[in-house]
Design a binder for this molecule. Structure first.
Ligand code: HEM
Length: 150
């Protein structure tokens, strides 16, 4: 029961994180391209500030529930980690490192650009954020495919 509750929390957090990236990448950004930079950059900044704060909470939940499930299964001893769990943990940590770079470095750059009304610098920060979100989306999809198909 506890194990299933942890897995539920794990998956709900993944839905927020990966689902949010799908929405931002495929729906929000293409539609926002129709706006002038002076409207587009502050709009995407406001969206990203809120979304990335929620992803921060999701990252903490994914990591703690993932480690807790591994701890529960390995408690009896003689535990050999299945390869898909190893893949998920390794690639999951990489996704979290990319998220930290995005939140701590790129979002601050976007904050400063918006505060200064510098839409060129804001557009450049958004382009880098988009690249990192695209990579994390591919990595997250690869994990879900690996864990569910094998
Ligand atoms: C360091 C990070 C992570 C750790 C330690 C971890 C660990 C785990 C563990 C132990 C399970 C239970 C598997 C089972 O009961 O069969 C699980 C389930 C799952 N995780 Fe992760 N995980 C991590 C990150 C991620 C990420 C980033 C994703 C997707 C983007 C993800 C997607 C899933 C899915 C889809 C399941 C359900 C698998 C199933 O029930 O067959 N996990 N995770």
């Amino acid at each position: 029961m506890l194990y299933n509750a942890l897995k539920l929390l794990h998956l709900l957090s993944i839905i927020v994180w990966v689902g949010g990236m799908v929405f931002a990448h495929f729906f929000l950004r293409p539609a926002a391209q129709a706006l002038e930079p002076a409207q587009r950059v502050p709009l995407l900044h406001g969206v990203l500030q809120r979304f990335l704060a929620a992803v921060g909470a999701a990252v903490v939940i994914v990591l703690t529930t993932g480690l807790a499930m591994i701890g529960m299964v390995s408690m009896g001893g003689g535990f050999a980690m299945p390869w898909d769990w190893t893949f998920m943990s390794g690639v999951g940590i990489l996704m979290m490192a990319l998220y930290a770079y995005l939140y701590l470095s790129l979002l601050s750059r976007l904050d400063s650009a918006v505060a200064a009304g510098d839409w060129t610098a804001g557009g450049a920060a958004l382009a880098r954020i988009r690249a990192i979100v695209g990579i994390n989306l591919l990595l997250g999809t690869a994990i879900v495919v690996a864990v569910l198909l094998w």
